[in-house]
Design a protein around this ligand. Sequence first.
Ligand code: AMP
Ligand code: GLY
Length: 422
Amino acid sequence: MRVIVIGSGGREHALAWKISESDGVSKVYTIPASGAKENYFEGIDLDPLDGDAIADFANENMVDLVVIGPEAPLVSGVADVLRSKGVSVFGPGANGAQLEGSKVFAKEFMASAGIPTARFWVARSMDDVDRALSESGEPLVVKCDGLAGGKGVVVSETLEETREAASDFLSGRFGEAGRTLVLEERLQGREVSFFAITDGKRYHLLVPSRDHKRLLDGGNGPNTGGMGAYAPVEDAMDLMPVIRETIFDRVMAEFEKQGMDYRGVLYAGVMLTNEGPKVLEFNVRFGDPETQPLMALMLSDIVPYLLGVARGALPQAPVEFMPGATLTVVMAAEGYPTRPRSGDVIEGLEDVRITDDVRVFIAGADLDRKAGRWITSGGRVLGVTAKGKTLEQARERAYEIAGRIAWPGVHYRKDIGVTTTA
Ligand code: AMP
Ligand code: GLY
């Protein structure tokens, strides 16, 4: 089999690696070319948003499956273009991708399906915002309707902060994405990520995972794409039946009701509140960094699931995971997330022995092939992923390896897998 993975982050490295482990796979291409983080991947210099060019390449090279990593190509309908040209794709079309591409769509979907989530208001003007605030009587979470690169959410502490954030978004900071807002009641609790691989009718849940989104230890500092993650989340295992019944079974029923042909992964970011689990957001792709520990812990061959879903028939058997735990520490560049510095030589990476228990997934770094060195090129540079019999052991191993890798200004959190906070 020949497989294309679209995307160039740590998530895509982890997916491409897991796919390459499958017996039936002889070739893994990455689009863009910078996604080729192993010498046995072949990087293809095409635009991830150019569905026509990707379809032509796939058909000319007899590619059996395309796996789309990031949300942007999904929301813009790359999966639809590929399918219309006869290519098998893991990832929803533009219709299903609205679950991530429009927060209003997602909230209305949840309301129609009866899925527990925060109470919400839609606002297109400051008058709407003031009406929502007088109804709620408390500060609200302010969210851009559209994609804003993970920066379109403000959890405000005061009524004035709610108004300021709303006004900032409405005045066009994120362009069209912020012309419509969702204002939400603030939920309290621990966050867990649940991923369902689904053909739109049935699904298999992966073990729960948790990421740490804040830049600094203890859940302080600005929000980031994610500074580390681990799986499984033991304190969420008992909740799996409730998660199925109140979230994913209802999603499947709603897909049927709306006639939605959803093929890919559905990611529910869930808050475990005193009133039970509530959905904070849906994403229509795998999470990053959560995918890194998940791929390292997955026992099943992932390819039959990806291919089955792409063809509209999910395999019957649940996805199996190894015993133990995996944990990823994200090593980031100085200045991340606002202005990451790049161009630094990464020391120590060549000396890290990649074993069954340790993998380093590369995101914001490029290999200088002549010099044989990795050079930083983005904010989240790499994810050190380790497996252990226990979470504690995985954590020790990951930090031991992280301590051997360095470049000027490197930053990473020291409390991944310790706290249950952000
Ligand atoms: P979202 O992109 O919707 O997941 O929001 C990003 C982050 O903001 C989440 O991971 C939560 O940490 C936080 N958040 C979002 N919605 C709420 C809410 N209703 N109550 C409390 N925190 C929230
Ligand atoms: N880990 C958060 C995300 O992928 O959106």
